[in-house]
Design a protein around this ligand. Structure first.
Ligand code: PRT
Ligand code: MG
Length: 236
């Protein structure tokens, strides 16, 4: 039998590959969870750790809520943008990790004229955050036509596919490089540790020490960062 199909009785943690992963690994290490295979070098999607009772799943960010909700993973880490877009009512956000911070914003081409936005015609918005976008504009009484994309949103206004975009912004360089200006903040985003409440009750003794160790590591990291910021302030 394929050993990967054998039942695993320990703790399974769903991680987002990509940019969140680098900042996640030190926080996990602080909780004593260290993969025995380098996730950046391996093609494996299930990674063992130094603890035989803990394994990691390396997933596409948008799939993390599904794995945790369905109980295929016990806990998970994903951006707030992804979690709110998933809209799951059965996930519990247990800790803000303060990593992979960014903002979800509406961005228009620099040449976009206000007159167009004030017409009764629906605003065409390109985004992968379909639910959040509909909710945001509906709350403001603005009719929209959402163009669902899976990436490179900034291209849409340049080729006439949309009037504006809703996307995650960090430095703003990607938007600027495409002549787009972020104008409206929808939400601040950071990555969160999520659990399935039923599993949290069942596996409390395993999960709680990990959460507390990560909480402590997040606090230390925040203190370290603000010390550095203060140092830059006083030096300048
Ligand atoms: O790429 P893929 O489609 O597989 O998945 P993904 O885009 O969801 O994964 P990934 O790894 O790109 O992002 C995962 C999570 O990281 C997001 O859900 C956010 O919570 C968080 N995050 C933090 C970001 C950024 N910062 C960010 N800058 N996600 C994406 N970006 C993009 C941004 O949209 C822009 O296109 O990075 C580009 C550069 O940003 P600027 O503003 O610094 O130029
Ligand atoms: Mg991406």
């Amino acid at each position: 039998m394929n050993p990967l199909l054998e039942k695993f009785n320990g703790l399974t943690i769903a991680l987002s590959k990509g940019r969140i992963l680098d900042e996640t690994l030190p926080l996990l290490a602080a909780a004593g969870i260290v993969p025995t295979i380098d996730p950046h070098k391996s093609r494996k999607l299930i990674l063992p750790t130094q603890s035989p009772n803990v394994r990691l799943l390396i997933l596409r960010a948008t799939d993390v809520p599904t794995f945790v909700e369905q109980g295929a993973a016990d806990i998970g880490i994903a951006g707030r943008d992804v979690l709110i877009e998933a809209g799951s009512k059965s996930l519990y956000e247990i800790l803000d990790l303060h990593i992979a911070r960014c903002r979800l914003m509406v961005a228009y081409p620099e040449s976009f004229s206000e007159d167009v936005s004030s017409t009764l015609k629906p605003l065409k918005v390109a985004t992968k955050f379909e639910r959040i976008t509909r909710h945001y504009f509906a709350e403001r009484g603005r009719q929209v036509q959402v163009v669902k994309l899976y990436g490179s949103m900034e291209l849409a206004p340049l080729v006439g596919l949309a009037d504006c975009i809703v996307d995650v912004v960090d430095t703003g360089k990607t938007l600027a490089a495409h002549g787009l200006r972020p104008t409206e903040l929808i939400m601040d985003v950071s990555s969160r540790l999520i659990v399935n409440p039923g599993i949290l009750r069942m596996k409390w003794r395993q999960i709680n020490p990990i959460v507390e160790a990560m909480r402590h590591a997040v606090k230390l990291r925040k203190n370290e960062l603000s010390k550095r910021e203060n140092h830059v302030d006083t030096a300048s």
